[in-house]
Write a protein that binds this ligand. Structure first.
Ligand code: SF4
Length: 198
């Protein structure tokens, strides 16, 4: 039976983007096709996606329902979830009554049927495969030029990078300036880091 490599399953609040603050189950899939670093991307990847254990779709559904029988949303994240999500996994999750959000770096084609797509590009936009989304979100450090995003989305978000335990003040001031000058964009934040939740 097919298995997926799962890093962790937990219940928390969505900490980023337009849906920030809403209760959400998280399915963190292992593996990523990128290696984000300060030098190349303006920040170092701080997500553990290297470890993982094999789970069937049925075992994933069971673990999600054990984490919360009430919550109706799952955020599928990684690593890069596009490496593993497929129609069979999405069908199993939908059949369990769950709505599906995904957070992707946009470099891998996603199967149809997702209910909310967040593209958070880490490479130049011409390298993106996922060209439509509900929201596009960039993590910004001070001085980074405003992305000329060509992904078709309802929301375009700038999220100031963190430094140490808090928001980088220069990155925040830079994002505020960019949003004032380019009102298509909206300021967001990695709220879960402020709220100290996973
Ligand atoms: S795409 Fe995301 S998970 Fe992958 S290396 Fe970059 S920041 Fe880390």
């Amino acid at each position: 039976m097919k298995t997926y490599r799962v890093n962790e399953i937990f219940y928390s609040l969505q900490g980023e983007g337009v849906r920030a603050g809403t209760a959400a189950l998280f399915l963190r899939l292992a593996g990523c096709n990128l290696r984000c670093t300060q030098a190349a991307h303006g920040f170092d990847c701080d997500t553990d996606w290297r470890t993982g254990r094999p789970m069937t779709a049925a075992a994933i559904v069971q673990a999600l329902k054990s984490a919360s029988a009430e919550c109706g949303w799952v955020v599928i994240t990684g690593g890069e979830p596009g490496l593993q999500v497929d129609a069979a996994l999405l069908a199993a999750l939908h059949d369990a009554g769950l709505r599906l959000a995904v957070e992707t770096n946009g470099t891998i084609a996603l199967p149809p049927g997702l209910d909310w797509i967040t593209v958070s590009p880490k490479v130049p936009e011409e390298q993106l495969v996922q060209r439509t989304a509900d929201e596009v979100k960039y993590v910004m450090s001070a001085g980074m030029p405003l992305p000329r995003s060509t992904v078709r989305a309802d929301h375009y978000l700038l999220s100031p990078a963190f430094r140490g335990g808090g928001i980088d003040a220069e990155a925040l001031a830079w994002c505020i300036r960019l949003v004032r000058e380019n009102p298509r964009w909206r300021l967001t934040c990695q709220y879960h880091r402020l709220w100290n939740i996973p």
